[in-house]
Structure formats: C-alpha cells, structure tokens
Design a protein around this ligand. Sequence first.
Ligand SMILES: NC(=O)c1ccc[n+]([C@@H]2O[C@H](COP(=O)([O-])OP(=O)(O)OC[C@H]3O[C@@H](n4cnc5c(N)ncnc54)[C@H](OP(=O)(O)O)[C@@H]3O)[C@@H](O)[C@H]2O)c1
Length: 336
Amino acid sequence: MKRIAVVGGRGFVGGELLRLLVHHPEVEVTAVTSDTHAGRAVETAHPPLRGSGLRYGRREDLEPADLIFLAGVHGSTAKILDDTAALAPKIVDLTADFRLADAALMERYYGWRRDGEHAAPFVRGLPELHREEIAAADRVAVPGCMATSAILSLAPLAARGLLRDIDVDARTGSSGSGASSGDANSHALRSGVMRVFAPFGHRHEAEVSEALGVAASMTVTATPQVRGVQTLAKVDVGEVSERELLGMYREDYAKEPFVRLVNSPRGTYRYPDPKVLLGSNFCDVGVVVDGRGKALVMGSIDNLMKGAAGGAVQCMNLMLGLPETYGLTFPGLHPV
Ligand SMILES: NC(=O)c1ccc[n+]([C@@H]2O[C@H](COP(=O)([O-])OP(=O)(O)OC[C@H]3O[C@@H](n4cnc5c(N)ncnc54)[C@H](OP(=O)(O)O)[C@@H]3O)[C@@H](O)[C@H]2O)c1
C-alpha cells in the first residue's frame, strides 16, 4: 500500500480527496492536516467519513509519505513546498500556485511571481492532454475547476487550429469558493442567485489561454447549486459541419475513461449538465452548430471531483503506476 498524506484536509477538496482515498484499493491515508481542527476526528468536518478512524494532525508533525496532496488555500503551497518535498518524492498540488508556467501571467493574475526554487516546474494535471508527462512527474498541479471544463471541452478544436480568441461563459456552484468563503456565500445571500461576479479577468482564463495557446476571456456567474461547473463558448467554425466536429471529439476522447461526448437528438439530457455528474469524475462535453458557421461548445463537471479531488486522484494513480481509474468509477447520483 502506498502511504498518502493530505494537507488542508478540513476543506471541501480535502474532504473529497479523503472520501476517494479511504476506499482506494492500493493506498492508505497516513496523515491528514488542519491547523484549526488538529486533534479532532476528521468526521467532525466530513460526516461521510464516520468510521474511518482518521484524525487531524498538524502539518509540522507530518511523517514521510509516498505522495502528498496539497489542498490548502492559494499561496500556501509556495510557502511549504520545500518542507513537503523533503517528506515525499511526489506532490500533487490543488492550489493555483504552480498551475501557470508563464511567470508573467502569474504576476498579472495573482500579483506575485515565482523565483528561485519556487520556479520549479509542475506538470499540468490533465491526463487527457498530458498523460505520459504526469506518469513520469514528481510534481503535478491540478488545474482550476472552470479551467478544466473549458480546456477539455475546447481542446479538440484547439488541436486542429480551429480556435482564435475565445470567450468562455462559466457558471459555478457555491462549493467552488471553499468552506471558509465569506458573506457572499452565506445561504441567505447565495440561495437563488444568478450573480455575475467576474465579468472579465477571472484567474482561470489565464490557465485556459496557456493550455490552449489562444487568448481567452472568462465571465463567471455564481449559481445557486452547491456543486457543479458548466462552461459555454461560441466558436466560429466556418464550413465545418456538426458531424465533422463530433467526429473530432470522438476521435480524441473515445478512449478516455472520464470524458464523454453528450449530444442526444432528444430527451431531457441532450447536452452536458453538471447535475447528473455530482460525485463522479466525468467531464461531459458537447458541441452543436447553428448552421451559420457558429458552434456552441459545452463542458460540465463536478467541481470538487474532476475539477479538483477526482482529477488529483487520477493524476496520483498515474504517478504511482496504478490503473488510472482506481477509486474513481462511481457514476454519480440520479436524481439528486
Ligand atoms: N472548491 C473547489 O471547487 C476547488 C476546485 C479546484 C481547486 N480548488 C483549490 O483547492 C484548494 C482547497 O479548496 P477548498 O475549496 O477545499 O478550500 P477550503 O474549503 O476553504 O479549505 C481550505 C483548506 O486549507 C487549509 N488552510 C488554510 N490556510 C492554510 C495554509 N496557510 N496552509 C495550508 N493549509 C491551509 C484549511 O484548513 P485549516 O484552516 O483548518 O488549516 C482547509 O483545510 C484551494 O487552493 C482551491 O483554490 C478548489
């Protein structure tokens, strides 16, 4: 059994990581940290983990492990990278600290740049685009949730030179802001909203730009559900037909265990819908054309799964030489 530690295990992403790891056939969770909950049972923060026997410890007391997940707040990984690297040969980071390779983009979107040892490269944690690099990597940075949905839904078009500038319309549920988000995420203020909170310049657009090699802009709207991300983008595809576009997606994703092409001629679930993905590691993608040279490209995920913990465990499996789907085959709940 591989020994796994989770830093930041009190948060929403940490909870999902633990839910996946405690039932994983080839790993054992040897430590979970939280500064605010040190000494308490993990189930006090994550009731689905009742009976797991896991207890929070302090990060300073971490013992060596085979792989450490870093699920703290943005900025925390850069501060503890050296200490963490001394304890484990492999690191999977869920913060934004090492998602961007371009230091200038990092400075523009986050206001700080990495220098010296903190410039150490991390591989982008999207197996569909970087499988072999992840399998060979010691350090992997999982992309942001909305970036994951946008990148996977648009990648087949980018690979064929069909993308120029793109505008991504992203919608996100409240868990995307984490367990400690402020007043705007309280039930009274969040319930029922369709609130545009990032008209332009959301940080995830930098990841989309870098991953797809095109200028991207992203508008983000807060929606009332707890989990789920949907991204939409309209792309000029000229004479390319819907049938040809669907063929491109099938070609790229037919063998992917966690990407599904959704485009049904009838029924309630004709296009990607995050509601049917809750708890699963799938990214559903879809494309439809209007007959006048425009395509609507759609992506949907559970932000805490394929957009965070699920994607991270998929990377862990690759990094440890395990079957990629281990621990990740839960199909989701319906209805929920
Ligand atoms: N929520 C999502 O949908 C989502 C998706 C993709 C990526 N992410 C990223 O994943 C990370 C965790 O997100 P989350 O939603 O789980 O956030 P969260 O619910 O707010 O949890 C944050 C965690 O970080 C810990 N923490 C706080 N300050 C820290 C520090 N200085 N060093 C180390 N740990 C610290 C907190 O625990 P204590 O305060 O008890 O120590 C808590 O366990 C974030 O970087 C987030 O951007 C989140």
